[in-house]
Ligand binder design. Sequence first.
Ligand code: FES
Length: 184
Amino acid sequence: MSNEQQYTFSKEELAEIEKIKAKYPDKKPPVMPVLWMAQEKFGHVEPEVQRLVAETLDLPEAHVYGVATFYTQYYKEKMGKYVLDVCTCLSCQICGGYDILHYLEEKLGIKAGETTEDGKFSIQSVECLGACGYAPMMQITNDVYCNHLTKEKVDTILDDLKKDKLPEFEQIPFPQHQNESSKS
Ligand code: FES
């Protein structure tokens, strides 16, 4: 018997996918939300999952592969419980993004693109996450942003995550709101 996991969508999920498809005049746009739905369910979109999405949307696998591999937010393989996306794009790079990345690699004993043996952490080096003014920064598992990182802050974040405590989401205020608060 094969150990390969069989990936399927439930009747309810297929009904949801039909609703997504109905919003668009073409077959291709639903790829992103359906890949996301698949990742929420399976925890990743490895090739078998991409195949399921392609078959469900009646699209070539190559198209789904192209979308999945364009975005680091889609996990193309099984990842750790906490995926640490360290931004190494220009602003973060200038402000020490690679120092943060290398510090994390050293602390966790893995390289970017790898997962710790206990399955708790993966590290990725990613492109701009839109928080350039708060560099260097990282995102945790497509969710919480941690800004203005220092080695000390990384130590605290890792200690907390080891205890399954997620850091608070660091809200990024819009400039107009910053001006408003500086007036008051
Ligand atoms: S360069 Fe890092 S968030 Fe934009």
